[in-house]
Design a protein around this ligand. Structure first.
Ligand code: HEM
Length: 451
């Protein structure tokens, strides 16, 4: 990483409605064009007005130092709120503080280890199923497979075997919720009552989900001491008030874990395997590490930390392909940012995709190079430049599931790579679909070879 001074860039105003139509076609590309033409601090006025920041010190201010001046009361988060309620991802103010304080302890690295067996078992089942693909050299959709796998892991971590009987429904509900959330946040159409096909499907999915969760909670009454996250949520009590979460709150948090954690992890896995298939040297070095640590046996999670290069590979993959690529905040009152007065109600936008390619911080940014994350480079980059890397965001709203996600991705990748070599189908044409996450358009077709 190249170091930069703390001085923020000068604000540049883009002409009104500048290339507005391109937001709809490809919002990430549109943002890249704006940055290329107007710099790293831009005021854009169009159908939606926003300040675009692509600078580590401005991001540090918004997400960390002065985060209390900004909330998630934006058109984009309001649409998410319609879909998955007021759980941690979308919650605000005292409600968010209470929920975060309650839930945070269950996502500590030590406790996450309790889920590693689920991660390992689910990975093994997937890999066994792939045996047929491998023997018959069948091309299959890696995106679908990774989505199913991470959904199973999230579902079993939350509901234990209660997930099995509802798996098909949960897949359907999640699909509708993700589709709705990724839609364009136009004011009227976003309202749940608006009579569109998607809104109808969303209302039905949410109704069915709530009824399923009510029944699951009812069945656990008097027996809340299980080991899954639902049991943890049911038994949590606020230290000061002694109060727990009510059923609505639990339903929202469960949905938040599924929606916030499933597609993001699946996307990161797909991109990591994609990059490994293109970078033979990296793949070889990684395999050597995996063999040294595991001796070809199933990974023992107590040794997962020894897979240092694997962690670097994932970090570099999330730099080039940050799953949750876009962030936005609302200025709660008139605030000063980078020497500019920003009016109450303005939206601040961040593209992690652009930030992770900003040449102020990254040498040769398009190159996949996990060594950027070796210990020495990481030690050097603990100043403002650390804020140029944001896959899990930062500050008080940093991803609560990041340790879970890292552990999950390391277990899955280790298990897959021990057994198979993945190659992208030679007919595949690289194209990216920009939704909630950025992923290979139409899914990534791959072919397996046995190791
Ligand atoms: C590679 C996988 C993942 C990525 C890239 C990711 C990314 C993010 C990001 C960028 C945010 C912050 C959004 C903001 O700035 O407000 C976030 C928040 C959150 N994530 Fe993740 N996430 C991942 C996995 C997970 C998992 C596995 C879970 C749950 C088990 C999870 C649960 C959450 C929740 C509940 C929040 C809201 C936290 C709060 O606002 O207090 N995420 N995630």
């Amino acid at each position: 990483m190249i170091t930069d001074s703390d001085d923020p860039p000068k604000l540049c105003k883009a002409p009104r409605f500048y290339r507005q139509w391109e937001i709809i076609r490809d919002p990430s590309k549109f943002i890249n064009v704006l940055i290329k033409e107007f710099g790293d601090f831009i005021y854009y006025r169009g159908v939606i007005n926003f300040y675009l920041i692509n600078n580590a010190s401005l991001i540090k201010k918004v997400l960390n130092e002065t985060h209390r001046n900004f909330d998630k009361n934006t058109v984009i988060y309001n649409r998410f709120r319609n879909a998955f309620g007021n759980g941690l991802v979308t919650a605000e103010g005292d409600h968010w503080r209470r929920q975060r304080k309650l839930i945070q302890p269950s996502f500590k690295p030590k406790l996450i280890e309790g889920f590693s067996q689920i991660m390992l078992n689910s990975s093994n089942r997937t890999i066994e199923r792939w045996d047929n693909f491998c023997k018959s050299e069948t091309t299959f959709n890696l995106t679908e497979e990774m989505n199913m796998l991470t959904l199973e892991i999230a579902g079993k971590s939350l509901l234990s075997d209660g997930f099995n009987s509802a798996a098909k429904d949960i897949i359907r509900w999640t699909h509708v919720i993700n589709k709705y959330s990724a839609g364009i946040p136009l004011p009227i159409i976003s309202k749940k009552w608006f009579p569109s096909r998607l809104n109808f499907k969303l209302r039905r999915a949410l109704r069915e989900y709530r009824s399923f969760l009510s029944k699951t909670i009812e069945a656990r009454k008097g027996n809340e001491q299980g080991e899954d996250l639902l049991s943890v949520f049911l038994s949590m009590r606020d230290e000061e008030t002694g109060q727990g979460m009510d059923e609505d709150e639990i339903a929202e948090e469960v949905l938040g874990v599924i929606v916030g954690g499933q597609e993001t992890s699946a996307t990161a896995l797909v991109w990591t395997l994609y990059e490994l298939s293109l970078n033979a040297e990296v793949e070889e070095k990684l395999l050597n590490e995996i063999m040294n640590v595991t001796s070809g046996e199933q990974i023992d999670f107590s040794r997962i930390r020894e897979l240092k290069y694997l962690k670097m590979v994932i970090q570099e993959s999330m730099r080039l392909h940050p799953p949750f690529w876009f962030e936005n905040r609302n200025a709660m009152h008139d605030v000063e940012l980078g020497g500019v007065r920003i009016q109450k109600g303005s939206m601040i936008a961040i593209s992690r995709y652009a930030l992770h390619r900003n040449t102020d911080y990254w040498d040769d940014p398009e190159t996949f190079n996990p060594n950027r994350f070796d210990e020495e480079s990481s030690r050097k980059n603990n100043g403002v430049e650390a804020f140029a890397y944001q896959p899990f965001s930062s500050g008080p709203r940093v991803c609560i599931g990041r340790h879970f996600a890292m552990m999950e991705m390391m277990i899955i990748l280790c298990s897959i790579l021990q057994k198979y070599k993945l190659r992208v189908d030679p007919h595949y044409k690289y194209k990216v679909a920009t939704n909630l996450t950025m992923e290979p358009r139409g899914g990534l077709p791959v072919i397996l070879e046995s190791r």
